[in-house]
Design a binder for this molecule. Structure first.
Ligand SMILES: *Cc1c(COP(=O)(O)O)cnc(C)c1O
Length: 226
């Protein structure tokens, strides 16, 4: 296992934090990072961590402090919902009623309300997951507070196209922010529909410019993934 260079980690972490306005939540994306690397960032005071893979998260979560807020940012299979619901802070990747039904079932069994974001497909790549804007509108218009009483609808998440075309990235984030404003007037609890999760290491600046209030940063904090 790689040993952690704490002073380098601290420098990168502080540099990222300096670029963020106070109201923006920083989720440190810790996929592929060791428990030691996550612990080192925890010791620097960080509490929000994001993981993409349930198998990895299930190993790390019990090995790390209980006050970490774990964000699930990957594609969540229905069969894996029960493995994260007991402890997850926020599920960013919800893409339809079937997944919501499974979260509802497992959350009510755990006696929790589980907070979620709807993931929008705003990028050009077909490999990225998420709802189209019309599907998101339809889901929100048909939101049934009784059917999903153990689910907290907190906002939207999206990933821009991985490209050097900064105009395209700006347009994609702009569309997501506009949809967030639009849907805020349609959801059952507009006060709670506050989160707009967009922006990673490579597109942080345009995401913030478009109004992101939650960014998911891996590489800029931990260094390149091997
Ligand atoms: C890996 C990942 C990130 C972080 O990417 P970096 O480029 O390392 O900052 C953010 N969001 C999602 C959904 C990811 O899968």
């Amino acid at each position: 296992m790689r040993t952690v260079n704490v002073s380098e980690l601290s420098l990168r972490y502080e540099a990222v934090k300096r670029t963020l306005p106070a109201e923006v939540t920083l989720v440190a994306v810790s996929k592929t990072r060791s428990v030691d690397e996550i612990s080192a960032l925890y010791e620097l005071g960080h509490r929000d961590f994001g993981e993409n893979y349930v198998q990895e998260l299930r190993i790390k979560q019990p090995a790390l402090p209980g006050d970490i807020r774990w964000h699930f940012i990957g594609h969540l299979q229905r069969s894996n919902v029960r493995n994260v619901v007991p402890f997850i802070h926020l599920i960013h990747g919800v893409d339809g009623p079937a997944l919501l039904d499974e979260i509802q079932k497992r959350a009510s069994a755990s006696g929790r309300v589980v907070d979620v974001l709807l993931q929008l497909h705003i990028a050009r790549e077909e490999t990225k997951h998420g709802l189209t804007p019309d599907e998101a509108r339809e889901l929100v218009a048909g939101w049934d507070p009784n059917r999903w009483s153990a689910v907290g609808l907190r906002g939207l998440m999206g990933m821009a196209t991985n490209t050097d075309d900064s105009e395209l990235v700006r347009a994609e984030f702009g569309k997501l922010a506009a949809l967030h404003r639009e849907l805020k007037n349609q959801v059952p609890d507009p006060q709670d529909f506050k989160t707009l999760s967009m922006g990673m290491s490579g597109d942080l600046e345009p995401a913030l410019a478009a109004g992101s209030n939650m960014v998911r940063i891996g590489t800029a904090i931990f260094g390149e993934r091997s």
